[in-house]
Design a protein. Structure first.
Length: 250
């Protein structure tokens, strides 16, 4: 199991929900954090909380729908000289629930893909080569289990694109000590999931983060966070390593 003490993790959408739970959990493991949100004021409280746990942290901001802002955020991280060891691509948007799904506006797809896929592809393409250069990296991309719901076509399609992108990248990482995986938090009571969701957001721990601790050099796993609820981190890692890791297949 990987010791993340003193390493640096970038967490998108760190101000609330699953991202916030991830930030607290990683800080408790001794991991330093780069906390992303759309505005510094959103992550100020989180920064104070995680620093109180004895780790280093700083905030970055970007509207993920604007690729220029994503690039500017990555420029800031690079200018600070931070070696990003772990990435949690958590932030996402669910535009609307379209009962009249035959008339889903094209804007649903455009915005969903900008935030849920293109921003993540930009982050991966910028940071993974650097991880390969310094011989270590863990990337955890948050997907969704939504299926058979054309009412959420934009969101679901963007997550499907992310799945394909992640699996394809996985096929190129053998022997690099860089590992990439997908995680699904499940239907949680968050701003995105809504109050009727079946699971408390706290139930994502430790499963949402387990991909950061794996050390068997196998990429392409799908890790459903709810399958690890109430396990210790060591138990979660042992269980995750039993899951087959495969690149994308048709």
């Amino acid at each position: 199991m990987i010791d993340v003490t003193g390493r640096w993790a970038l967490i998108t959408g760190a101000s609330r929900g699953v991202g916030y739970q991830t930030a607290l959990f990683m800080a408790k493991q001794g991991c330093n954090l780069i906390l992303h949100s759309r505005s510094f004021e959103h992550t100020q409280k989180v920064e104070e909380e995680v620093k109180a746990l004895g780790i280093e942290a700083y905030c970055v901001q970007a509207e993920l729908a604007n690729n220029e802002e994503v690039i500017a955020m990555l420029d800031v991280i690079e200018a600070k000289g931070t070696t990003v060891d772990i990435v949690f691509n958590n932030a996402a948007v669910q535009i609307a629930y379209r009962t009249d799904y035959w008339n889903t506006p094209v804007e649903d797809f455009e915005m969903s893909f900008r935030i849920n896929f293109i921003s993540i592809a930009t982050i991966c393409n910028r940071l993974i080569p650097k991880m390969i250069e310094h011989g270590f990296g863990r990337v955890i991309n948050t997907t969704s289990g939504i299926k058979n719901e054309p009412e959420q076509a934009g969101y679901a399609a963007s997550k499907a694109a992310l799945d394909k992108f992640t699996k394809d990248l996985a096929s190129r990482l053998d022997g690099t000590n860089v590992m990439i995986s997908l995680t699904d938090p499940g239907w949680c009571r968050t701003d995105l999931g809504g109050p009727q969701a079946t699971s408390a957001v706290e139930s994502v721990i430790p499963g949402i983060a387990v991909g950061a601790f794996l050390d068997d050099q196998k990429s392409g796993r799908f890790l459903h966070a709810q399958n690890f609820t109430e396990l210790s981190l060591a138990e979660a890692v042992a269980k995750a390593e039993l899951i087959e890791a495969t690149p994308y297949t048709i």
